[in-house]
Each structure stands twice: as C-alpha cells, then as structure tokens.
Design a protein around this ligand. Structure first.
Ligand SMILES: O[C@H]1[C@H](O)[C@@H](O)[C@H](O)[C@@H](O)[C@H]1O
Length: 543
C-alpha cells in the first residue's frame, strides 16, 4: 500500500494533465477497484453497520416494551397512545430521511452519521427518564430522527467505500445489522417482560452502540468520493491509498480523475443552490430519473408487499390462529429474517441482485396466496382490533404458520435486502438526494402498512389482506423484470453509464457476467483483463 508522498500532492490541474490512455493502467485500476477490502474498509463498514443495528433494535424493541410499560408512564396506555409511541420513530425517520441525503452531500457522510448518533443517545435518554406518555413520544420521535439518517447514510457510506466485487455483500452487512437488531430486541424484550422497569433497561442498552460508533468515527476518515466532490484531493488521495490494495500514486491519480470526470459538478453560488440544482437534475437528467424509478420502486415494493405487518404484528396474528406462545413465534419470524439475510450476504455478488429478486418475489407471492386460502378456512373474526378465535389451532393454522415463515425467508433472500443497494444507482452529485427519495419511500411505506394493517384485517378480512399483498407482489415481479438491471460487480461509475439511454437489462447482464469472471489473483488483485469491454465503459468516462 503506498501512501502518497509530498510530491504526490494533487491539484485539479495535475489530475487533468494525466494520460489515461494506457490500457495497462486502466486494467490495473479495475484490478485495484475490485481487490479485497483493506483492513480500514472492513473497520469502516463494520462501524457503519452499527447504524443498521440501531435501525433494527429501535424499531424492534417497542412491541415488547409496550407490554412491560404497564402504568410506568403514569397511567394505563390507551390503544391510540400505544400506536403513537410506536409510530413516532417511523415518523421521525421519515422526516430526516428526506433531508439526510442533501445534508450528506453538503456536510459529508461521516459528520451526518455522527449527528445521528447523538440523536440516538438523546432520544434514548429522554425515554429512559420519561414519566409521561408525551415525554416518551418525544424520545421516540428524536430517536426516529437518528434512525432515518442512519438508514440512509450507512448503506451509502458503505457503497462508496466498497470494492465493486464486494459491494453487495458489504451493504448487506448493514442489513444484517438491521435484522440482527430486530432479533436481539425481541429476544431481550422476551427476557425482560416481567422485570420491573425492564423496558427502561431495554431502551438504556440502546445507548451503547451509537456511543461506540460516535467515538470511533472521531478518528476515521470520510469516503474518498465525498472528499473528491469537495475538491479535497490530497485528503482523498490519502484515504484511497488506505482503502485500496495496490494503490500506486498513478492509480490514485487516475481514480481521482475518474471520479471527477463522472461528477460533473452542479452549478450554483452556494451549497443550497447546488442542492436545489441537484434536486432538479435528478428529475431532468434521464439516467438519474431512471435510477430514481428503480430505487423508489424497489423500496416501495419492499414495504407494500407487507413484510413489516408481520414484523410488528406477527404475535397478534399467531395468537389469532390459536398459538399461545406468540412471543416465541415473533422470534421465529425475526430469526428467519436474520438467517436468510446471512444467506443473501453470501450469494448477492455471485448470484446477482436481479436473479435474487426474481426468485424472492414469486416465493413470497405463492406463500401469501396459500396463507390467504388458509385464512379462509380458519374460523377467525377481527373486530375492533381484537381477535376472536373459534376452536384451537387447526391444520390450516399450521399451514399458515409454515407459509408465513416461507414468505419471510423469500423476503429476506431478495427484496428485504436488495433495495438498500440503492446508492449504487446514482452518480455522485445526486447520490445523497436520490438515496433520500428512496429511503423516504421506504419509511412512508412502513408507516402506511403499520398504520393500516389491523384495519385491513378487520375490513377486508385476513384473506383479502393477504390476497392484496399477493397481487401487489405480482405487479412487482413485472416491474423488476422490465426495469431492474443487474448491477453486481460493476464499479459505481459503470452503473450510472448503464442507465444512459434506457434500463439496458441485456447489456447489464452481459457486463455483470464479464466482471464476475475476472478472476482474483491470490494477492487479491485481478488478472490482467481483456480490455475491449473496459474500453466501452471507460471511453464514456474519459471523453
Ligand atoms: O431491510 C429491512 C429489513 O428487511 C427489516 O427487517 C424491515 O423491518 C425493514 O423495513 C427493511 O427495510
């Protein structure tokens, strides 16, 4: 690994003057981009994934906390107050997800993540000290601000740092953080249900991970892509040297030039004007708009196919079909989600995102159709959000349980994780803004589903509700088939070129296949490549 020396210090003019025509250096650069993650990248990715953990833990602990709160907030909670306390975090997350992207483009990824840590901590302290319902709601709301920022910035930060061939996996580490956070929250909740003020312990524990992330980030750098967008080329060069194996001075220069060339900067006198221009560009530049359709489409599909109704209400559903140990069933649901996310981690860069989605969605659809049929035969009535069951667990009850688990497994192997790869779709100058739109779509969907699910069960019956989710999944399959290109193993700069002139599904499949077969040498760099294909992409970049 070569640290740039004094004479390596860069200015924009130096970078412009370099000659990139040599195929050897281009091939070396692709090798550098796809080599194994360096120790610094691993540390940064693991730290960033703490945000995913907080996302999962903070959205997950509330259902058990509500059971153990009892009269600790001065009174018995009404149904409406419980809903308010639950939804406050999602609402807070929705609000900050709208602004976090532009904030990250203006101030940097790292400072914004650190800001989210302080919100997690302040939110948790307010809740721990809460003696009234409104103080609790305020604490949940502030915590939600942190969740919204973390849910957007962590995957963005990871995509920008990850070598192309490992990007899918490294972003999924953050998703593993989410699903692990949910599982642990349920497990701790189950353990603390009968402990006096157990919920305060559960909330208090949530202070530890963000404190660790905050302290560690004080000593660590931002992403080179962000530093380059701010013209901090020297700093960027130093970080590139530490985040890429085999980064020689020439390759570092080339990398910087490549990123600069694709970063056609936004006009505007100050940051606010430039941000506003970014917002306009995301709609007016066709490739950006295509990226936006894909990113928001996938996040919408993730939420509107109903998974979080299970996450939040699985205990209610399973109780309704006659299982008494509903907490255990909730742990099975979140456990399956976590385990299958681990499977997704191992296959995402090998199998590819598109295949995973086209495998995941049909499984979910079939499982939901079977659950819808099952509910038809289970004698159930949902009235005023309370459930009346006639008889014990029937054989259809078991069928529903099994296929709900199949549904969760199908979800986690694809649509539960792939949408969080969203940042790879956008070029640097609108990446934060694009990710904001997509993350806001996610939180809006999550809010709508959690707020309407019980009402749907009551008004259109469980069979109707699951049939509706199945129908939405069918539409989603068509969307993915026609719109989602394969982006595995492509460099971030390549993914954006792909979206010029169409969704280019066929081209994407060919390019991803090509990149996949570029073998890693034992040292972690890839063999000299056949350069025709590289040329196709890079001609555009250096033009
Ligand atoms: O990717 C995550 C994950 O699948 C979680 O389990 C779910 O609760 C979130 O809504 C989703 O965004």
């Amino acid at each position: 690994m070569s640290e740039p020396t004094k004479q390596d210090e860069l200015s924009s003019t130096d970078v412009d003057a370099l000659d990139y025509s040599s195929k050897d250096s281009q091939s070396d650069m692709i090798a550098m981009d796809s080599a194994k993650p360096t120790p610094l990248v691993v540390v940064l990715v693991c730290l960033a994934s703490i945000s995913g953990f907080m996302f999962g833990y903070d959205t997950g602990y509330i259902s058990s906390a509500l059971v153990s709160i009892g009269t600790d907030l001065g009174k018995n909670l009404t149904y409406g107050e419980e809903e308010f306390i639950t939804a406050a975090t999602s609402l807070g997350a929705l609000i900050t997800s709208v602004v976090a992207g532009p904030m990250a483009d203006i101030f940097g990824r790292k400072p914004v993540l650190m800001f989210s840590n302080t919100l997690f901590i302040v939110g948790a302290i307010i809740q721990c000290a809460a003696e009234t319902v409104w103080t609790m709601i305020a604490g949940r709301f502030v915590m939600g601000f942190g969740v919204g920022i973390g849910s957007l910035i962590a995957p963005l930060f990871i995509s920008e740092l990850a070598p192309s061939r490992f990007r899918g996996r490294l972003v999924i580490l953050n998703c593993m953080g989410i699903t692990c956070g949910q599982l642990i929250a349920y497990a701790i909740g189950a353990g603390l249900t009968h402990v006096n003020n157990g919920w305060r312990i559960q909330v208090g524990l949530s202070i530890v991970p963000p404190a660790i992330q905050l302290a560690a980030f004080l000593f660590l750098p931002d992403t080179p892509r962000f530093l380059i967008s701010k013209n901090k080329l020297e700093k960027a060069a130093k970080v590139i040297a530490r985040t890429h194996h085999g980064a020689t001075a020439t390759l570092i220069h080339m990398k910087i030039a490549e990123i600069q060339s694709i970063n056609s900067s936004l006009e505007g006198k100050n940051v606010w004007q430039r941000t506003w221009n970014g917002i306009k560009k995301i709609h007016s530049v066709p490739s950006n708009f295509r990226a936006l359709i894909i990113a928001c489409g996938l996040q919408g599909i993730q939420q509107f196919t109903g998974f979080n109704s299970l996450m939040y209400f699985s205990a209610t559903i399973f109780k309704a079909i006659g299982f008494d140990n509903s907490t255990a069933v909730s742990i099975i649901v979140s456990g399956t989600n976590f385990l299958m996310t681990i499977v997704a981690f191992f296959i995402i860069d090998r199998v590819g995102r598109r295949k995973m989605l086209l495998f995941s969605l049909p499984i979910m659809m079939i499982a939901m159709v079977i659950c819808a049929i099952g509910f038809h035969y289970v004698d159930l009535k949902f009235e005023h959000h309370s459930v009346e069951l006639e008889g014990g667990v029937s054989s259809w009850g078991y069928v529903i349980m099994v296929f709900m688990i199949v549904y969760v497994a199908g979800y986690a192997i694809g649509i539960g994780n792939v949408p969080w790869q969203q940042s790879e779709l956008f070029p640097q100058n609108v990446r934060g803004t694009g990710a904001s739109y997509a993350t806001a779509t996610n939180w809006s969907g999550s809010l709508v589903i959690s707020a309407t699910f019980l009402t749907m069960l009551e008004n259109i019956t469980p069979t109707g509700t699951f049939a509706l989710f199945a129908a939405l999944t069918a539409v989603s399959i068509v969307f993915v088939y026609f719109v989602y290109p394969e982006l595995s193993n492509l460099a971030l700069e390549e993914t954006q070129n792909l979206l010029k002139g169409g969704f280019n599904i066929k081209e994407s499949l060919a390019l991803a296949e090509k990149r996949k077969h570029q073998k890693l040498s034992p040292a972690g760099s890839i063999d000299k490549l056949d350069l025709e294909h590289i040329d196709e992409v890079q001609r555009v970049q250096y033009a």
